[in-house]
Design a binder for this molecule. Structure first.
Ligand SMILES: [Zn+2]
Length: 113
């Protein structure tokens, strides 16, 4: 939403600047009379307003966006960037520990015998 507002605001300001340059370049011709100074001022103000609104909306989006991830196993909401919920993380670490422990004991047994 913020990026859309910023983009439209920048386009409006750019079009106003181009229209201003064309109006000043072709002074006294039909195009210059078609584009009045008050129209350019209003359009420029609208463009600046859109840019300001886009900046404000962007700040609010960053403040209130709650990014969540989901646990890979139970799909429970968890903090952004995590893979597993606390219970499944403990389970996986415990399994890993057990597997590592078994491997070490299996490697030690032949030496001990
Ligand atoms: Zn889980």
């Amino acid at each position: 939403m913020a990026s859309i507002l910023l983009r439209y605001g920048l386009w409006v300001v750019l079009i106003v600047l181009v229209a201003y340059v064309l109006r000043e370049t072709f002074e006294g011709q039909a195009f210059a009379e078609m584009v009045s100074g008050s129209l350019l001022e209003k359009a420029g103000a609208l463009g600046l307003l859109l840019i300001a609104a886009g900046a404000v909306v962007g700040i609010f989006e960053k403040l209130f966006s709650k990014k969540h991830s989901r646990c890979a196993i139970c799909k429970q909401k968890i903090a952004y960037g995590e893979i597993y919920c606390r219970a499944h993380l403990r389970e996986i670490l415990s399994d890993e520990h057990d597997r590592l422990h078994k491997t070490q004991t299996q490697l030690r047994r032949p030496r001990g015998l």
